[in-house]
Design a protein around this ligand. Structure first.
Ligand code: CP3
Length: 335
């Protein structure tokens, strides 16, 4: 029985920090690249048997204290009425993005039926490793999902969505609100299927001015994260200067990107559980450097309420030895 992840997420003092890595299942693993020769990304995501196998690949190699279900934040766009596909070189592309207020969805399909493959995946993970490691579910946040729904693809600085916000403030609020409702139901559905911890990835919401985040996004984050029966993690990039806004979301664990010093975050956050935050690029250094830099993060976070992770997703060409050094460092701590 390994419940380190849940215990640390609840703020307990742990004998060592639990460790997992954002985007641990994916292209840095040769066994993943091999499966992807047979299944394209969305096929793998929507086939629970394959998604379970991919989810467990990094667990088999590294024995992390959590496995993050292999899926994508964009899946929830489907019940909201947005079909999308992945184009190599571009990434996800929404087939018919929102071009004006009339395109904002008024309703959405039942999340548990549209995304039944996610429930099936979580059931399989629970049956296979439920006692051995933490099962991590997740959903995208309203700003990040709305950015795709409006721009249709990845954009620099999210100008299409921010321009839409300025032109159509009411439609923007309606869009965020309906996306948030679907996301909230989706996370509850994941908990019902055995997720031990859930993470809300509103990665891009940090591009908004603080007052706009406070007024437009924060209430939705609060609503999404309220009433979940498992520990929650919030992750928004570029919030280092305003961790108070992240704590106001009500998330149990504050996800930190690498642009904030862990020691500074700990001073500001007191005993609040934190997750992070080694710069993912450090894993390209020699293993001794990885160990040193990882130990610094662990020491600065302290023994209570720390989930060791990177400050954002693993790069696709990260060396295996870098990941091994990172995970082993967490496992070598005794306190
Ligand atoms: O930690 C995890 O593994 C959780 C699963 C997860 C993935 N992507 C898996 C994935 C999560 C939480 C994401 C986040 C995500 N996906 C965001 C939020 C921003 C962030 O990075 O935090 C966004 C905007 C997306 C949309 C998306 N999906 C992008 C931009 C890409 C990359 C496209 C590319 O060609 O590189 C995807 C595909 C995707 N999602 C992969 C993985 C592991 C790559 C799959 C592959 O190409 O093999």
């Amino acid at each position: 029985m390994n419940d380190l992840l849940v215990r640390a997420a609840r703020g307990e003092r742990t004998e060592r920090p639990p460790v997992w890595l954002m985007r641990q299942a994916g292209r840095h693993l040769p066994e993943y690249r091999e499966i992807r020769e047979e299944y394209d990304f969305l096929e793998a995501v929507t086939t629970p048997e394959i998604a379970a196998e991919i989810t467990l690949q990094p667990y088999e190699r590294y024995r992390t204290d959590g496995v993050v279900m292999f899926s994508d934040i964009l899946t929830v766009l489907e019940p909201l009425g947005f079909a999308y596909h992945i184009e190599s070189g571009t990434g996800p592309v929404v087939d018919a993005p929102i071009s004006g207020p009339d395109d904002v969805p008024q309703t959405y399909d039942d999340v548990g039926s549209s995304l039944a493959y996610v429930g099936d995946l979580l059931d399989r993970l629970d049956a296979r490793v439920g006692d051995e490691t933490g099962i991590i579910g997740f959903a995208g946040g309203p700003f990040t999902l709305a950015s795709y729904a409006v721009a249709g693809r990845a954009t620099r600085n999210h100008y299409p969505l921010r321009q839409f916000t300025a032109r159509h403030p009411e439609a923007f609020a309606d869009l965020l609100s309906i996306v948030a409702d679907a996301v909230r139901e989706f996370l509850q559905y994941q908990v019902a299927h055995g997720a031990d911890v859930v993470q809300l990835f509103d990665t891009y919401a940090g591009v908004l001015p603080p007052a706009d985040y406070q007024e437009l996004i924060l209430p939705l984050h609060r609503k999404i994260l309220a009433d979940l029966e498992v520990p929650t993690i919030v992750f928004v990039r570029n919030m280092g200067g305003r961790l108070d806004q992240l704590t106001a979301t009500g998330a149990d664990v504050i996800g930190l990107d690498w642009t904030v010093e862990m020691g500074t975050a700990r001073e500001q956050l007191g005993d609040r559980p934190v997750q992070g935050n080694l710069d993912p690029s450090v894993l390209f250094a020699d293993p001794e450097t990885v160990r040193e830099r990882t130990r610094e993060v662990i020491e600065q976070a302290g023994p209570r309420g720390h989930v060791l992770n990177l400050g954002h997703g693993l790069h696709r060409d990260t060396p295996i030895e870098g990941v091994e050094a990172f995970v082993e460092t967490a496992k070598s701590i005794e306190r």
